[in-house]
Unconditional design. Structure first.
Length: 332
C-alpha cells in the first residue's frame, strides 16, 4: 500500500465544496541487502505507545522498548559485520548530513553507554526524500559510508554497511522515518503518538506490501540453531557463531537462539544422535518476563560419535508449540 498525503482546498463554486486530492508519496524498500527471516530479522519495532511507563510495538505487542523511535533490522553477529552487509537507500533522496568514525562495539555495560553519550546513532546519515519526509540510518559500520551530504541517492543504492556503532547491543541498522519533523512508524504510516494498530486495523504502511508481509507482526522467531562443540555463552552469540562440533570436540551441544519471546514461554531443545535415540533435552521453566532475545542448549560431555545428528528447537506457549525448527548436522 502506498502512503498518501491528502491535500485539500476550498472550491470556488457556489456550494463552496471542499475538494481534495491524494498526492503521491513514498514507498520504502528494505534498508539492507538481506532476506528477512533468513539472514536478517526485525528484532525491535518502534514504540507506538508514547505514554510514560508504557510501550507497544505497531501491532500492540511487546517487540519494542520504551521510547524506541525506529525499526531495527539485525544481522546475527559481528562476523556478519566483518564480511559486510550493505545498507541501502529505502527510497530516492538527497543526503542531508552524515557521521562516520565511531567504532563498532556492542554496548554491554554502563561504561559502554557513557562512551557513546550524545552519539547514540553512531555512524549514519539523514536523507531527505522530499514531501517533508526524512529517513535516518544508524549504527553503520565504521569507515563504510559511501555517500556524502549533498549527494543524490537512488532506491537500492549502497550507503554503507550494517555495523554496531553507537548505542548498539547487537549489530543492526536502525531506521527512523519523519514527516515534517514528526516521527512516523513505517509499519503503520502514522505518528507514534497515534498508537498501535488493533487487530481490525491495517494502517497505511510506508513499506511495500511484500516487505510488510516479510516483516511480520513481532512474532517469536528462531533466528539460529546449531550443533556446537561445547556449552553456549549467550553474550557471545552476537559476536560470532559458536564453533561447530567435530569428532574431536570435548562435548556436543544442540542450541537455539530466539527473538521476541513472551512471558510464560518455555524454550525446548532436543538433540538426537546417529542411532535415532535422544541424547539430551532441555525444557526451560516458564520465562518470568518478555525477552528480546534468548538462547538455550542441551548436550552431553565427551567426544561425539561421527554421524548425523538432529537438533530440534522450539517455543512452547500455553501448552502448544508456537514455533519450531529442526536441522541436521554431520559430525566428522
Amino acid at each position: 500500500m502506498r502512503h498518501t498525503v491528502l491535500t485539500c482546498a476550498i472550491g470556488t463554486s457556489a456550494l463552496g465544496l471542499l475538494s481534495c486530492a491524494s498526492a503521491s508519496a513514498i514507498e520504502l524498500g528494505l534498508p539492507a541487502e538481506c532476506s528477512l527471516g533468513k539472514d536478517c530479522f526485525v528484532q525491535q519495532f518502534a514504540d507506538d505507545d508514547t505514554r510514560a511507563g508504557k510501550e507497544a510495538d505497531p501491532f500492540c505487542g511487546s517487540a519494542t522498548y520504551g521510547g524506541h523511535d525506529g525499526t531495527d533490522f539485525r544481522v546475527l553477529s559481528l562476523a556478519d559485520v566483518k564480511r559486510g552487509v550493505p545498507v541501502v537507500a529505502v527510497a530516492d533522496g538527497t543526503v542531508l548530513r552524515a557521521r562516520d568514525g565511531e567504532p563498532d562495539r556492542l554496548v554491554v555495560s554502563e561504561a559502554d553507554r557513557a562512551a557513546v553519550a550524545n552519539k547514540e546513532c553512531g555512524n549514519g546519515m539523514v536523507v531527505d526524500l522530499g514531501g517533508g519526509y526524512e529517513v535516518q540510518y544508524c549504527h553503520m559500520r565504521q569507515g563504510s559510508l559511501a555517500v556524502k551530504p549533498g549527494e543524490a541517492v537512488k532506491r537500492g543504492q549502497k550507503l554503507g554497511d550494517v555495523g554496531a556503532s553507537g548505542m548498539a547491543a547487537f549489530p543492526h541498522v536502525h531506521l527512523t522515518v519523519r514527516l515534517n519533523g514528526k516521527t512516523i512508524d513505517p509499519a503503520t504510516g502514522r505518528e507514534l503518538a497515534a498508537g498501535c494498530l488493533n487487530s481490525a486495523e491495517t494502517g497505511e504502511p510506508l513499506f511495500s506490501p511484500d516487505i510488510m508481509a516479510a516483516l511480520g507482526r513481532g512474532e517469536t522467531q528462531v533466528i539460529a540453531l546449531g550443533l556446537a562443540g561445547g556449552p553456549i555463552e549467550h553474550g557471545l552469540l552476537s559476536v560470532e557463531p559458536p564453533p561447530a562440533a567435530t569428532a574431536g570436540s570435548p562435548a556436543f551441544v544442540g542450541w537455539g537462539w530466539f527473538i521476541n519471546l513472551h512471558q510464560g514461554d518455555r524454550v525446548v531443545v532436543s538433540l538426537t544422535g546417529p542411532d535415532g535415540q535422544e541424547v539430551a533435552a532441555n525444557r526451560s521453566d516458564p520465562l518470568d518476563r518478555t525477552k528480546a532475545d534468548y538462547s538455550a542448549f542441551a548436550g552431553k560431555r565427551g567426544a561425539p560419535t561421527p554421524g548425523t545428528y538432529k537438533v530440534r528447537v522450539g517455543i512452547e506457549r500455553d501448552g502448544a508449540m508456537v514455533v519450531e525448527r529442526t536441522e541436521t548436522y554431520e559430525v566428522k
